[in-house]
Ligand binder design. Sequence first.
Ligand SMILES: *[C@@H]1O[C@H](CO)[C@@H](O)[C@H](O)[C@H]1NC(C)=O
Ligand SMILES: *[C@@H]1O[C@H](CO)[C@@H](O)[C@H](O)[C@H]1NC(C)=O
Ligand SMILES: *[C@@H]1O[C@H](CO)[C@@H](O)[C@H](O)[C@H]1NC(C)=O
Ligand SMILES: *[C@@H]1O[C@H](CO)[C@@H](O)[C@H](O)[C@H]1NC(C)=O
Ligand SMILES: *[C@@H]1O[C@H](CO)[C@@H](O)[C@H](O)[C@H]1NC(C)=O
Ligand SMILES: *[C@@H]1O[C@H](CO)[C@@H](O)[C@H](O)[C@H]1NC(C)=O
Ligand SMILES: *[C@@H]1O[C@H](CO)[C@@H](O)[C@H](O)[C@H]1NC(C)=O
Ligand SMILES: *[C@@H]1O[C@H](CO)[C@@H](O)[C@H](O)[C@H]1NC(C)=O
Length: 908
Amino acid sequence: MVDQRSIVSCALFLVVVSLFEPTFEQQSQPLPLGSTTERVALLELRSSLGLRSRDWPIKADPCLIWRGIQCQNGRVVGINISGFRRTRLGSQNPQFSVDALAKFTLLQSFNASNFLLPGSIPDWFGQQVGSLQVLDLTSCSVLGPIPLSLGNSSNLTGLYLSHNNLTGTIPASLSQLLHLSVFDLSRNRLTGSIPTSFGNLRNLSVLDISGNYLSGAIPPGIGTLMKLQYLNLSSNMLSASIPAQLGDLDSLVDLDLSANMLAGSVPSDLRGLRNLQRMIVAENLLSGTLPDNLFPSSTQLQVIVLRNNGFTGGLPKVLWSMPGLSLLDVSGNNFTGLLPNSSLNANATAAVFNISQNLFYGSLTPLLGSFSVIDISGNYFQGGVPGYVGTSASLDRNCLRNVKNQKTLAECSSFYTGRGLTFDNFGQPNSTQPPPPAKPPGKSNKKVIILAAVLGGVGLIVLLVLILVVLLLCLRKRGTTTERGVGVGPITTGSGPPPPGGSINFSRVGDAFTYQQLLQAAGDFSNTNLIKNGHSGDLFRGVLENGIPVVIKRIDLRSMKKEAYIQELEFFNKVSHTRFVPLLGHCLENENEKFLVYKYMPNGDLSSSLYKKTNTVDDSLQSLDWITRLKIALGAAEGLSYLHHECNPPLVHRDVQASSILLDDKFEVRLGSLTDVCSQEGDTHQSRITRLLRLPQSSEQGASGSSTALCSYDVYCFGKVLLELVTGKLGISASSDAEMKELLDQTLPYISIYDKELVTKIVDPSLIVDEDLLEEVWAMAVVARSCLNPKPSRRPLMRYILKALENPLKVVREDSSGSARLRTTSSRGSWNAAVFGSWRSSSEVVVIPGASTTKGEGGSGLKHSGTTGSQGSGPNGGGELSSSRRRHSRDIFPEPSGVQDVERPDQD
Ligand SMILES: *[C@@H]1O[C@H](CO)[C@@H](O)[C@H](O)[C@H]1NC(C)=O
Ligand SMILES: *[C@@H]1O[C@H](CO)[C@@H](O)[C@H](O)[C@H]1NC(C)=O
Ligand SMILES: *[C@@H]1O[C@H](CO)[C@@H](O)[C@H](O)[C@H]1NC(C)=O
Ligand SMILES: *[C@@H]1O[C@H](CO)[C@@H](O)[C@H](O)[C@H]1NC(C)=O
Ligand SMILES: *[C@@H]1O[C@H](CO)[C@@H](O)[C@H](O)[C@H]1NC(C)=O
Ligand SMILES: *[C@@H]1O[C@H](CO)[C@@H](O)[C@H](O)[C@H]1NC(C)=O
Ligand SMILES: *[C@@H]1O[C@H](CO)[C@@H](O)[C@H](O)[C@H]1NC(C)=O
Ligand SMILES: *[C@@H]1O[C@H](CO)[C@@H](O)[C@H](O)[C@H]1NC(C)=O
């Protein structure tokens, strides 16, 4: 069977080859092999190398049929057996037996890469095959020395001997190969030194001798090879210093001298290397300082690796103006100095910056914001970690505040005082000795042990009593407040609620600012900088030292609940999503006043930017266009959907309103007002128990008709925001229950899935909407109405709202054409079923909580359109036009029970 198949495929192959190869050959070399000497030589080669008939079929013409044979005018000029397999016999005793090659007097190239030739290159090779231009013996397991005679193969332009077991020295005769352009001797076991005469190889563009055992100095002559583009001498045992002449290599693109024993300093002027892109001199014994203008200022450099040498002094200034720098690794030296205070003038978005294990000091600067991968470990940086330093940065073993695994106070202060510099003492006053890192890890264990030893049992007892007291206090708080004590969104499941603040990794919640810094930033918190008195603290605008505008929240613990800011910090500690306002840092050093520092949002919040004064003279207002409003609705829905569905347990925002929807410079939503965020009630056993315990006094019942600690409460509030966006009536989302009732009375009757025109009566008059956009407005109104369902369990889930807002036209079009399909899909929990399930119930049940009078007006509006529908086209009329004439009886829109039930587990 198998044999048969292989024969068939072999035959097929031959057919294919004979079909295509001749026609291909005919175009360039139409002639069959014309020399009998060469035919005999080929057959000799075929048997000495053990080639298969599959590649070189014995009866066929080599020029026309054989693989890898290149002919010109009936003469063989190229032999390519690269990657060929030997016959079973041939592979039993493979040899470097290519004697027959000497008979091809016009042979220009021989490529045997990856073909096993375990033996040494015969002595005659260079003399006999003098016509060769390309010899490729890469990975052939060639042994022994490089024959001197190879220097007689004077037509060679490419000599590839990489990845073999060549031994001995590099013959100086090779420097006679004046046409040589590519010379690759890498990965062999060559010894001795690089012949000084290599400076003669004027046509060389690639010289790779890496991965051998070469010793001695780099010949200065190499610096005269003006066509050299790639020079790799890495992984040898080269010593002495780098010849200054290398700095003249005008064409050089890639220089790798790493992993040798090169000593001394690098040439002080490399400005001749105008085309250099990669410079790697890692793992040598180089030392000395690098001059500021080491490289040309118009440098092309992308990769600079000076790792593990003994360089001293500062980094050359020219580094910071390299436009294309993508990898800078100077780790493991004795470089020192401050980081420049500017950001890198480069497109360094994917750049790697490794300055670890050096003697850099001072504070971290915006420079670090230019790189995506940062390792600054093992230096002496002090101060806080600014927000632009990503969480993935390696910061270990520095003198940074509130970061774990830092150097000891003694190490840090001796470094700083040794240099006549001031150390900030980890932000602590001088008197108190030990620096308290946020999370006392390994390093401070010693101190803890000493402390414990000193205090002994007394300390332990005090500790136990304290823990008991704290526990008791916590329990009592649980009983009186709502869900606040329950951990704010431990994204990881399982573990119980963490003690407030105890689990915060302070390196994840931004910079630790000093009170002084914030005083300065916010102009002493003067009233001119006050933005507003929020319910969780006063908001001030400010500008940090580095010019970054911020918003600072001052939380006065004498008037605010103590857990509030901790809860918010915990939130930021665990949740990182682009839809939430970025927290840049905090200042917790004062006892009664805590501060949180946020990124400044140029477009404020939705309540302030729905209308903008365009002209300060006549106070004319310009309102947000519809596209932007839809984008804002989507953004907010995304953020809430993340909280409700991607956090475990689900988080409830609890303060969804226009003023919580912050807008960045591109009107992208960044949700703010995160003080009240809590995990959804009834989600964990624990909170279910606490809920049971305080059921009678369950206080926070809003207009939503349920506890505010349910996702459905957010949905209700979000419905108000949507209504605000549609109607342009400011303040809907912040209105009280009574105001809201009135508002809904006036508005909801005009929102009907069956009548698009109705909605025009409530649409913001400043929105100039065309027909297409009106459908979207209509859809948003419909979604808003389903969110405002008085029954929490009937409101759609946030993720369905998100889907609906992503496809607003489907909301109004699909339902009108696919009611039958709806009925079948509703049980699967499709998003529009969820939205409409709610819609339907809200059109039957009274829409406005407890307002039976409104049923008349609102109901009549609906019924009117409904009755016209029953007279109109049938249920499958389809199309948007017929949507205003739809029937909406229970049988057409069955209740998709369960889909919209908040407490049910997800169904898709
Ligand atoms: C050499 O032969 C191999 C395998 O047939 C082929 O893939 C390769 O392109 C050939 N190389 C040259 C330079 O002809
Ligand atoms: C030899 O053939 C291999 C492909 O099998 C190719 O990659 C290599 O470039 C060839 N060598 C030369 C010098 O063309
Ligand atoms: C080198 O090439 C030239 C022309 O391509 C040819 O005339 C000369 O014979 C070749 N040298 C050897 C040693 O074959
Ligand atoms: C070199 O020779 C050694 C042993 O003789 C063998 O293990 C190794 O694979 C060879 N290396 C190459 C690149 O052929
Ligand atoms: C070949 O090279 C050897 C050694 O470099 C030299 O002695 C000899 O004269 C050369 N022969 C020819 C034909 O160039
Ligand atoms: C840095 O300097 C110190 C003190 O001179 C020396 O002991 C250490 O080896 C140097 N480190 C490197 C990587 O050269
Ligand atoms: C950044 O990249 C863009 C496009 O890739 C280029 O036009 C611009 O010149 C680059 N900036 C610098 C400073 O190189
Ligand atoms: C620590 O003391 C030194 C001198 O005694 C003083 O210059 C420095 O400001 C003090 N640092 C702090 C954080 O108080």
